[in-house]
Design a binder for this molecule. Structure first.
Ligand code: GDP
Ligand code: MG
Length: 163
């Protein structure tokens, strides 16, 4: 079976944009409004010569009732449980939010390998701002811009190294 790489994080951090970039086709629906992605999107793709199954989680967007954190955990659990590697994404422009912190704390307890992705880190201040994500306790943040296509080659190499 192919290694499974799961893209996780709170709504609107750019998970689907990253999925599309890594897959190279517009397979996942990307929108400004959280709540658009209804299904879990999966695609086979290649990272530095390694075939992987990439999963764009939609669970967080589907959360509709009860507490946000409860829903996050419930809806992300199955995808993360099956992951050989989790790409945990944050929005560098927004900074670390309470939702990021809660999700990161939950993720640390899962014991799956995690790569911390500081997305929306384009431009001059991007890389420096991304370092704020160190505080999540998930290792060194990898600064990228999914939308502008920055840092993706490094990211793919890092993913391949971790599998
Ligand atoms: P998701 O909810 O996590 O799947 O996030 P989306 O991929 O739908 O993206 C949410 C919004 O962030 C959209 O308006 C994207 O265009 C925008 N976005 C995604 N990646 C980047 C990025 O690298 N930089 C900037 N500035 N915006 C981005
Ligand atoms: Mg999405």
């Amino acid at each position: 079976d192919l290694p499974v790489v799961v893209i996780a994080g709170r709504p609107n951090v750019g998970k689907s944009t990253l999925f599309n970039r890594l897959v190279g086709r517009r397979q996942a629906l990307v929108a400004d409004t959280p709540g658009v992605t209804r299904d879990r999107k999966e695609a086979e793709t290649v990272m530095r010569g390694r075939r992987v199954r990439l999963v764009d989680t939609a669970g967080l967007e589907e959360a509709a009732a009860d507490t946000l954190y409860g829903r996050m955990r419930a809806s992300s659990e199955s995808a993360v449980a099956q992951a050989d590697l989790v790409l945990f994404c944050i929005d560098t422009r927004a900074g670390i939010t309470p939702a990021d912190e809660h999700f990161a704390a939950w993720l640390r307890r899962q014991g799956r390998p995690v790569l911390l992705i500081a997305n929306k880190a384009e431009g001059r201040q991007g890389a420096a701002a991304a370092m704020e994500a160190f505080a999540l306790g998930l290792g060194t943040p990898l600064a990228i811009s999914a939308e502008h296509g920055e840092g993706l080659s490094d990211l793919m190499g890092e993913i391949a190294d971790r599998l």
